[in-house]
Design a protein around this ligand. Sequence first.
Ligand code: SF4
Length: 230
Amino acid sequence: MAAAGRAAVPAADTSVSVTDATRARAAKVLAALRSAYPDARCELDHWSTPFELAVAAILSAQCTDERVNSLTPELFRKYRTPADWAAAPREEIENDIRPTGFFRNKARSIQKLARVVVEQFEGRLPADFDTLVELPGIGRKTANLLVATAFGGQGIIVDTHCSRVSRRLGFTRHEDPEKIETDLRETVPRSDWTVFSHGMVIHGRRCCRARKPDCAHCPVAALCPSAGRV
Ligand code: SF4
């Protein structure tokens, strides 16, 4: 996987009050998740540049990582640079990414992003969070993913799994991803943001599922106020 450049991290919002007890519990949760899922990582594969990870992330909206991973080897062979994506006929891109769903919107987002990257950033995705989040097709989740995964920085990646598990574990009461991100930034030391995010996502996929979480076999059940109550 690529690691290019130093990434700036988003400034912390201090509007949320988190107790020392919650921070201490979060540290224990993280230790347990590290032990349970030593392989936790971003599960989008086959990218070799930050821009390719951004494309994969756009494709993963409302789609499984597995399906995206089944397409990206061929896609990244065909479209080798942001300039290739920028110059391709929109209909051709739509056709190539059709299996991921919402292919018209996704093709438009990818092509807009590619054109900005070519025209304003000499064909290289910027590493800075505040710049990334202003780019077409890049929301906070993807900007954090890029900072955390492609640029070797720290990011809180709030997807549907991280949101659900964070609420069940009592680290947030919010539904809004940006507010959840703010709560988690207050709860977890910055140096652990990335590993904590990957741990929460994989735990949500494998154990703390939306329906029927497996509390009986959960590695953090002793630390969870929702254990056996979902
Ligand atoms: S105890 Fe249950 S609700 Fe709590 S994190 Fe584990 S699986 Fe999720």
